[in-house]
Write a protein that binds this ligand. Structure first.
Ligand SMILES: CC(C)[C@H](Cc1cn(Cc2ccc(C(=O)O)cc2)nn1)C(=O)N[C@@H](CCCCN)C(=O)O
Ligand SMILES: [Ca+2]
Ligand SMILES: [Zn+2]
Length: 308
């Protein structure tokens, strides 16, 4: 008998109820959304990347109690829908590629990442992180790494790497769409501390990251130096984006269109901050006209962080 669409229900990492698409086959339900081509797996706490993606998650009654899996699946669907509805992009490659997510990777693993083929989520150690798929901005961040790879393909080091990180933070927070939503990972970071986050786009200095070229950190292009500080110097383009949104009166959707057009139409693998400035000015010009308030705002936004 053929597999059929079904609707699963369950609780996310933070105990919130949600429903999502599953697949029913021979009396078993699977975390597979065939309308969006999403599949969610478990690594069963193995840290062996050779075993990825692991086991496709299944359930007997379509009521799901694995919060990490529920959130990885539902948030991937939200990210898919954002790219489709806002930019008419069908999955990260624009061609309906399967979005694969694996949860329960490793033991107490305090991280999440895109490995070039899929998303991988740790469970966290319970004090620094709770399961990392429990935040929509994180899932948006990781899938955006895949979009970046299939577009500008910004090399993950130095200024191009910091742009890679920044575009992932920007889209992650646009998709999460919170008022003053400029924090990254706030929902899954340090459950016993409220108000903190991994990174702040509006106040990078609060996490020790630069918000101006004067404070650019020349770190070594090694794993120890975070490949030239890609998660640190991202504070500068992050702050430029916040400046743009907060000074131009532009909607978040339209700001996202400018950034997305810059990334997919003008930026290339070795683009630096100056190239990103030029690409976003050109994108704003294409979308709003050369004498628009948006063009003035994006130019000033970069100037305020010392670029241009
Ligand atoms: C998206 C986000 C939730 C995640 C956050 C993250 C987690 N870590 C490790 C880490 C571990 C412990 C702490 C602590 O305060 O004790 C902080 C950070 N560093 N960054 C993150 O930023 N992951 C990197 C992983 C990059 C791996 C190399 N490609 C990324 O996707 O850019
Ligand atoms: Ca956030
Ligand atoms: Zn990243």
């Amino acid at each position: 008998n053929k597999a059929t669409h079904a609707t699963g229900t369950g609780k996310g990492v933070l105990g919130d109820n949600k429903s999502f698409n599953t697949l029913s086959s021979s009396g078993t339900y699977y975390l597979q959304d065939s309308t969006r081509n999403l599949k969610t797996y478990t690594a069963r706490n193995s840290a062996n990347e050779n075993l990825l993606p692991g086991t496709l998650l299944s359930d007997s009654d379509n009521y799901w109690t694995d919060g990490a899996a529920v959130d990885a699946h539902t948030y991937a669907a939200e990210v898919y829908d954002y790219y489709k509805t806002k930019f008419n992009r069908n999955s990260f490659d624009g061609n309906g590629a399967a979005i694969k997510s694996t949860v329960h990777f490793g033991r107490n693993f305090n991280n999440a990442y895109w490995n070039g083929a899929q998303m991988i989520y740790g469970d966290g150690d319970g004090s620094t992180f709770v399961p990392l798929s429990g935040a929509l901005d994180v899932v948006g961040h990781e899938i955006t790494h895949a979009v970046i790879e299939r577009s500008a393909n910004l090399v993950y080091e130095n200024q191009s790497g910091a742009l890679n990180e920044s575009f992932a933070d920007v889209l992650g927070n646009l998709i999460e769409d919170r008022d003053n939503g400029w924090l990254l990972g706030e929902d899954i970071y340090t459950p016993s501390v409220s108000g903190d986050a991994l990174r702040s786009m509006s106040n990078p200095e609060s996490q020790g990251d630069p918000a101006h070229m004067d404070d650019y950190k020349n770190l070594p292009n090694t794993r120890e130096g975070d490949w030239g500080g890609v998660h640190t110097n991202s504070g500068i383009p992050n702050k430029a984006f916040v400046n743009f949104v907060e000074t131009s009166g532009i909607t978040r959707d339209n700001a996202g269109k400018v950034w997305y057009r810059a990334l997919t139409s003008y930026m290339t693998s070795r683009s630096d901050f100056d190239d990103a400035r030029n690409a976003t000015i050109q994108a704003a010009t294409d979308l709003f006209g050369s004498s628009s308030t948006e063009v003035t705002a994006v130019t000033n936004a970069w100037a305020a962080v010392g670029v241009g």
